[in-house]
Design a binder for this molecule. Structure first.
Ligand code: 8YV
Length: 305
């Protein structure tokens, strides 16, 4: 029996080929007329394959009456309405575990690149400005600072483990203290920001964490403070962050995620106190291959085969 799937964005050639070998896959994002395609195949679509960022657009649910499973190629569930899924009896699967280390690696890289102004140095060398007696300005040391992690889930813990050897102290805030965590607990994001000089954001996205890092948290982080966000753009009030950078309320930001991807505010683009990445925390060969395997396994577990 042929099973119809809707694939909502591009994935690796390997994953797309494997999906094509097993299912009849419809790809509205590549159709000349996406609306017409969804109208034509919607009634028989039994599964969606999507990314953490794309999730399931709200208007799609009612057009897929036969939907049984949403397989997310990622760990973020913030773009999938879990209440609708539960009410409809639709399974939702993710790819936990396999991207944790890669996202944590990128977070640490963003921090060090930002703290040591590595992109400034890189541009300085490439522009041919390195001559005897010239050098970019000195920067504060990266090591030996108090470091905060907002959201001590799998990724937050991997970040904490990586930065602990660099840090004077690691402090975290999660909705509740994590039993076996060897780090100090701060009771709120504001308390956390007050205590640290580097703040990693690793919490889940969604309504519950929207603008958790707001103007007050940025002010508490302070003029020597660095903010690193590898979770979701929605967790940080982007307008407040830009204002804080412009006013010197915080010292810099390393961002892999943005409020309205792939649109990055122009105000961030030519700042030396910002390091930007195109939402690529999980973008390693190994993570993406393992994520693809989990997506295929979830679909196989659901549909059989
Ligand atoms: C990816 C992510 O950008 O896991 C997530 O939620 O944001 C990332 O891993 C994406 O989901 C890859 O398709």
């Amino acid at each position: 029996m042929t099973i119809d799937l809707l694939q909502l964005q591009s994935f690796s050639q390997d994953l797309e080929a494997a999906l094509d070998a097993r299912y009849r896959v419809h790809r509205p994002h590549r159709a000349v007329d996406p609306e017409a395609l969804v109208a034509a195949v919607g009634p028989r679509v039994r599964g969606i394959v999507t990314s953490g960022g794309t999730g399931v657009p709200a208007a799609l649910w009612s057009r897929l009456p036969a939907l049984e499973i949403v397989a997310v190629n990622g760990v973020g569930l913030d773009a999938v309405d879990l209440d609708i899924a539960a009410a409809r009896g639709v399974s939702v699967t993710t790819t936990p575990g396999v991207l944790t280390d890669d996202v944590a690696d990128l977070a640490v890289g963003l921090w060090l690149a930002l703290a040591r102004r590595m992109l400034v140095g890189d541009r300085f060398v490439r522009a041919g400005r390195w001559e005897p007696g010239t050098a970019p300005p000195l920067v504060p040391r990266a090591s030996g600072k108090r470091v905060g992690v907002l959201g001590l889930g799998q990724i937050g813990r991997a970040i904490a483990a990586r930065v602990a050897p660099f840090a004077a102290q690691v402090v975290y805030h999660s909705r509740r203290p994590v039993d076996d965590a060897p780090y100090a607990y701060a009771a709120s994001p504001l308390d956390l920001a007050r205590e640290v000089e580097v703040l990693f954001v690793a919490t889940a996205g969604g309504a519950g964490t929207r603008t958790l890092v707001d103007a007050a948290v940025l002010e508490a982080l302070g003029p020597r403070g660095l903010l690193i966000n590898v979770s979701r753009g929605s967790v940080v009030d982007e307008t407040a962050l830009i204002a804080a950078l412009e006013a010197g309320v915080v010292a810099g930001a390393g961002l892999d995620v943005f409020a309205d991807e792939p649109n990055v505010p122009a105000a961030l683009l030519d700042r030396d106190d910002v390091v930007l990445q195109p939402h690529c925390g999980s973008a390693t060969v190994e993570a993406r291959a393992a994520m693809a395997d989990l997506v295929l396994a979830s679909l196989a577990a659901h549909f059989g085969g």
